[in-house]
Design a protein around this ligand. Structure first.
Ligand SMILES: Nc1ncnc2c1ncn2[C@@H]1O[C@H](COP(=O)(O)OP(=O)(O)OP(=O)(O)O)[C@@H](O)[C@H]1O
Ligand SMILES: [Mg+2]
Length: 485
């Protein structure tokens, strides 16, 4: 298919959300045909905003004032944007229809359409998913790859990707990265990727752009970046996790300290299936006071499902899950039988897509919400919440609407809310996704704090850097037929 060359161009681009300070300031940027650009910078520096601006969708996304110019190419060719939260991008009920949506809108039909759908799913490692599989019944990583397949199917002339690999394990990430680079090579499309993890992209990119508070502070080759960039918040290739711990001036309520060392939650042979298939085959897990259990396993193995079972969301289809007497009090043994208020007071859960859990109108209120709803709120909770927000680099945003936070900021808010609830059991689904090197340290500190105070943690994660801060490793085996070939 013939495509005209596409340049992405921004001139003096400034974006000011209504009632706020500008979040992009005087951006001058040109991306040439076939060029591959990596945009990085601290969480909240403006990466997603810049991608939305280049895709021409900023004004549809949020109310604000846009000054300067932004244009994409010669008017031909498709500019595709992969959103930071890929579930926002599901457009059709089944996997096949979802991938077909873009090419269908370009007028492609019949056998060519089927071939494109198959090839696109295959290129991101989703060959094994039946085309009639419900697109909403996917793991976070599968959802991310589905969204990517939908974009690759359109053979775009410019591909703008916002943290496209964030939810994927190492192997799936490598596969998806190869697919992205291959498509860009074949089609000659411009590639602009926003990411925190730089090492994997390094050999594949021509240019690195670093944002700081909405401004471009570096624009050069990866070689120049390696030689000249020393920003402590960037995960430059070879950067180790920050060694120095940070103290969180936050004391949990001693009432929730552990009375003994028996596991608060014990699950044996836990499995979960619905009419649409098996989401978790079998898992054993024990959460003792002070434990941090790393729940690992390939994309789609059932890590999130296990955490949800522990959180009492579902009744396990197989196996048993028991809560200790100290955790459950007078309530039944199985968490799924508890009322939601009793669950919230005992088990804090941070989901993989934290934006979905937002309820309150301000950041501070979101942190205090569970305390209020479970009848445990006291005035002391307000300064305590403030200290947590400070450690998670959100103190500047206390009065903000949580929906206006960046992806990384929303995740830290959800972690702050889980910690502040003071529940004895804390479940975190991919807590470090989308974090820069400095905000990563805040999350690590929160995990260490909870363990020091005898809370029981289960943390689903692909982040090998977290391993030293978790003492038990529970690897989830993939559901048969779900693993990639
Ligand atoms: N309506 C708004 N009011 C005030 N600030 C806003 C608004 N919308 C976005 N922001 C701020 O703009 C900044 C840039 O957001 P953006 O999502 O572009 O960051 P990012 O670099 O992609 O961060 P992350 O790495 O966490 O995804 C953030 O600090 C965010 O809180
Ligand atoms: Mg972002």
């Amino acid at each position: 298919m013939h495509r005209a060359s596409t340049h992405l161009r921004a001139r003096g681009l400034t974006w000011t959300p209504w009632g706020a300070e500008p979040t992009l300031v005087g951006i001058d940027l040109e991306v040439g045909v076939g060029e591959r650009v990596l945009i990085t910078g601290a969480s909240g520096s403006g990466k997603s905003t810049l991608l939305r601006a280049l895709a021409g969708v900023l004004v549809d996304y949020a109310p604000g004032d846009l000054t300067g110019e932004v244009s994409s190419g010669a008017g031909e060719g498709v500019v595709c944007l992969l959103l930071q939260n890929p579930t926002d991008q599901v457009v059709a009920g089944t996997v096949g229809r979802d991938v077909a949506f873009g090419p269908e809108n370009l007028g492609i039909t019949g056998d060519s359409l089927h071939a494109i759908v198959r090839r696109s799913l295959g290129s991101v490692g989703l060959r094994h998913l039946a085309p009639d599989r419900r697109s909403t019944h996917l793991s976070g990583g599968q959802g991310q790859r589905l969204a990517l397949a939908g974009l690759l199917a359109m053979q775009p002339s410019a591909l703008l990707l916002d943290e496209p690999l964030a939810m994927l394990d190492h192997e799936s990430a490598a596969e998806a990265r190869t697919a992205i680079v291959r498509v860009a090579e074949h089609s000659g499309s411009a590639l602009v990727i926003a990411d925190h993890d730089l090492a994997g992209w390094w050999p594949h990119i021509d240019r690195v752009i670093v944002l700081e508070h909405g401004r471009i502070v570096f624009d050069g080759s990866p070689e120049d970046a390696s030689a000249h960039l020393h920003s402590p918040e960037l995960w430059l290739p070879g950067a180790s996790p920050p060694a120095e711990p940070i103290e969180i001036a936050w004391q949990p309520d001693p009432a929730a300290e552990a009375p003994d060392a028996e596991p608060r939650l014990s699950g044996y042979g836990l499995g979960y299936s619905t009419s649409s298939g098996t989401r978790l085959a079998s898992a054993d897990i024990e959460l003792k006071p002070g434990d941090g259990v790393a729940v690992t396993g390939p994309s789609g193995a059932g890590k999130t499902t296990l955490l949800r079972l522990l959180a009492g969301w579902y009744r396990p289809s197989r196996g048993v899950l028991m809560a200790s007497t100290s955790l459950r009090g007078a309530h039944p043994q199985e968490p799924y039988r508890w009322a939601s208020k009793d669950l919230a007071a005992r088990i804090a859960f941070m989901g993989q897509n934290p934006d979905r859990g937002i309820v309150a109108k301000t950041v501070l209120e979101e942190v205090l919400l569970t305390r209020r709803l479970t009848g445990r709120f006291t005035r002391k909770d307000i300064p305590r919440a403030g200290r947590l927000l400070e450690c998670l680099a959100l103190d500047h945003a206390e009065a903000r609407n949580p929906h206006t936070l960046s992806g990384g900021e929303q995740r830290r808010l959800a972690i702050a809310a889980a910690v502040a609830s003071d529940a004895p059991v804390v479940l975190l689904d991919e807590p470090t996704v989308g974090q820069d090197r400095s905000t990563w340290r805040g999350i690590r500190a929160a995990i260490e704090l909870l363990r020091q105070h005898g809370r029981s943690l289960a943390v689903s994660t692909h982040d090998a850097r977290l391993s030293p801060f978790l003492n038990i490793h529970a690897e989830i085996r993939p559901v048969s037929g779900e693993h990639r070939s």
